[in-house]
Design a protein around this ligand. Structure first.
Ligand code: EPZ
Length: 416
């Protein structure tokens, strides 16, 4: 079955090494299209979204090899710029190939990437911004074609911060004619990693990590070897696992620098979290009666991708809390599933009110998307009795071996 069975109640203990970042690997693999030659990307996680991106690159004619977590991409034989419909539909982040392909080949044909349960996920700002760089885009019912005789740099004043738009514009700008300014640019650590990769390949980018990126177009980029940073969202999810189930877990390689706000909120929920030189130690179940208010936002604010796991910690540990989701319009789909486990949560618009209970009880629940699915596994670890989380394939999109890793930490969990 495409499910996970968890027997709740075991404390967790030990160490788990945090995988490479999904949301850094994907744009960096897309960025290899800008480089004619062989790039080697280390620490790519073993997850289905990365495999989809590898297959997309192969469908364009690139040679892609994988040795453990090293992915080698040879784009010297790139021949296509029409993206296969089935792959684009499966993974939204295929939109990231748009900027790179336009810069490399000057033309792209692709279907609209689907929305998903967390929101409509439009690409209007992606297309609007590329048009201003000189791209002609012909939109049809199911997809669009884009052509650019040459991309020209411009100063962007974006109407709002978008991770994907910042990434697409970066990839279109590094080989464009002249200077490009992206403001406000997203500041997520994954964008910083993308900038580091591009700079190492010879791009001229100023303002990495700030909300204003200035890119001076260059003639050519050179092949590089680059190591993807660890995944802060996966590290935060395992932190929530310990805060729910209790015990003590060392998150080896957790990107300490990028997790300040997550650690701050874990402390507010009563966990004892300490920084080590090579990771983060989290101990103890969430506890205490102080209510907690959490609001998601763009980095360095609290990450929307950890909103569901933190909702579970509040719901499963008697905490009262208020969660305001400001990034996606429909990111509370986990609530009805948690209520099957005995959670007491009410939703009004983009705010969820959590009245935590002492303990959840096991149930059969359905993963509906990646982070909500992982959060249901976290909830089941602490629940009384047995739970089954169906649609495991959503979780496999972003979490490497989650069943094996949690079992190694002492959880009673198995594939079902
Ligand atoms: C990236 O999605 C991440 N995905 C998401 O992680 C993450 O939640 C999100 O950034 C916010 O941090 C990847 O990196 C692959 P946005 P992205 O553009 O780029 C609206 C996960 O679980 N918008 O910053 O799609 C959009 O609808 C995933 O790993 C437009 O309206 O996010 C959203 O409301 C989930 N028009 C807001 O902007 C556009 O053209 C922010 O989205 C583009 C975006």
């Amino acid at each position: 079955m495409d499910a996970v069975r968890i027997y709740g109640g075991n404390c967790l203990s030990g160490q788990t090494t945090i995988q490479g970042s999904k949301n850094a690997s994907l744009p960096i693999l897309a960025a290899t299209l800008l480089i004619n030659g062989i790039c080697e990307i280390e620490n790519c996680p073993d997850i289905s979204d990365v495999y989809h991106m590898q297959r997309l690159l192969e469908s364009l004619g690139c040679r892609v090899e994988r040795e453990d977590s090293l992915v080698r991409v040879d784009t010297s034989c790139l021949r296509e710029s029409n993206m296969p419909a089935d792959s684009v539909g499966v993974m939204r982040s295929s939109i990231m190939l748009l900027g790179a392909l336009l810069a490399r080949t000057g033309s792209v044909r692709m279907e609209y990437p689907g929305g998903c349960v967390i929101g409509a996920r439009p690409i209007d700002l992606h297309l609007q911004s590329l048009r201003r760089m000189g791209v002609e885009i012909d939109q049809q019912e199911l997809g669009f074609s884009a052509r650019a005789a040459g991309l020209r740099g411009i100063v962007f004043r974006l109407p709002f911060v978008s991770v994907g738009v910042t990434e697409n514009l970066l990839l279109a700008a590094v080989l464009a004619e002249g200077m490009t300014v992206i403001e406000p640019a997203a500041r997520e650590p994954e964008i910083q990693a993308l900038c580091e990769f591009l700079i190492r390949a010879g791009a001229r980018i100023e303002g990495t990590g700030s909300d204003r990126l200035v890119i001076h177009g260059v003639e050519k980029l050179m092949p590089v070897r680059y190591r993807v940073p660890a995944d802060r969202i996966v590290a935060g999810t395992y932190m929530c696992s310990c805060m729910c189930a209790g015990g003590s877990v060392f998150l080896k390689d957790a990107p300490v620098r990028d997790m300040e706000v997550v650690v701050e909120y874990a402390g507010k929920l009563g966990a004892v979290v300490s920084y080590e030189s090579d990771g983060i130690l989290v101990a103890g179940r969430a506890c205490g009666s102080l209510p907690c208010a959490l609001r998601t936002g763009c980095y360095p604010d609290f990450p929307t991708d950890l909103q569901s796991p933190f909702m579970v910690v509040m719901a499963a540990s008697g905490k009262r809390g208020r969660i305001e989701e400001t990034v996606f319009e429909n990111r509370f789909r986990i609530v009805p599933e948690l209520m099957k486990m005995g959670a007491d949560i009410s939703v009004q618009g983009n705010t969820a009110y959590v009245n935590g209970v002492r303990r959840l009880h096991g149930a059969v629940v359905q993963a509906k998307e990646l982070r909500g699915g992982a959060a249901l596994v976290v909830a089941a670890l602490a629940a009384e009795g047995t739970s089954i989380v169906t649609n495991r394939h959503y979780i496999d999109r972003g979490y490497e071996d989650i069943v094996f890793r949690l079992r190694e930490l002492g959880a009673k969990i198995e594939l079902a």
